[in-house]
Design a protein around this ligand. Structure first.
Ligand code: ZN
Length: 255
């Protein structure tokens, strides 16, 4: 069984001391490909470095909405662009809008999100979108500046109605540990209704640890628990879910 972790932050400090083992454990559990998600210039550099270090790792390069004040995007643009041209950079991400903790940076978030979609289009790369408490604005921006490539809405927590609009804009959706949580009724219902051809698996590690490991550091090998939960929701075998979601990830990221 082959699996892809479509979104994980293995560049996080908490993996610093045992990353070799983490990647090895992932492989032992069939997770042969890990998309390492960046969130600012520093982590973008780190993601590209890790993709050079490990055959299994691919990078995304981008500025996350919660990190819009980390870097002056326009002044750092050339640096982002150089990293994004790396042959194992498979997407611009994670980018998007997050109004959960603050709406003070709303205008800047929108500007930088829009700018990065254009950047992805110039490079013919997909985007990996993070959207939290901001689905209306996310969709509006994507309608006005639509990614050329099939793209990904990660850790999708929106409605099935929004998902249908996003599918028309060329999006697929990745789901992580949330699908294993007992209280995740909305997400489970969205997974049930979405075509399996639009579903990818992720861990969003070290966050979003699935049942039965809640409270521990999450890591790419745990994507198998996400596959298992989705198989049960869809009434499919875990092998079928692994096969189709892996094909989906390969299609979206061109890997
Ligand atoms: Zn993430």
């Amino acid at each position: 069984m082959e699996l892809v972790d479509s979104h994980g932050h293995i560049l996080d400090k908490c993996f610093e001391n045992d990353l070799n083992d983490v990647v090895k454990r992932a492989k032992e559990n069939g997770v042969n490909k890990i998309i390492c998600s960046a969130y600012n210039l520093f982590s973008s550099k780190r993601a590209v470095e890790l993709s050079r270090q490990f055959a299994e790792v691919y990078s995304t390069v981008g500025l996350h909405p919660e990190n819009v004040l980390d870097d002056d995007f326009e002044n750092s643009f050339d640096k982002f662009a150089n990293l994004a041209k790396d042959e194992k950079c498979v997407a611009i991400g994670e980018i998007g809008l997050d109004y959960h903790f603050t709406t003070e940076t709303k205008d800047l978030q929108k500007l930088i999100f829009d700018r990065q979609i254009s950047f992805a289009n110039e490079l013919n790369l997909p985007v990996v979108v993070h959207s939290r408490d901001a689905m209306g604005d996310t969709i509006e921006i994507l309608q006005n500046n639509t990614p050329k490539r099939e793209s990904l809405l990660h850790c999708y927590g929106g409605s099935i109605e929004s998902a249908k609009i996003l599918i028309k804009l060329g999006f697929s959706f990745s789901f992580g540990g949330v699908v294993t949580f007992k209280n995740a009724k909305n997400v489970v219902e969205v997974v049930r209704q979405l075509p399996v051809e639009k579903i990818l698996l992720e861990t969003d590690c070290p966050y979003m640890t699935p049942v039965p490991f809640r409270g521990q550091r999450n890591e790419p090998k745990n994507v198998v628990y996400v596959a298992d939960a989705i198989a049960r929701i869809k009434g499919m075998t875990i092998e079928e879910v692994a096969k189709i979601t892996t094909e989906n990830a390969k299609r979206v990221f061109g890997i």
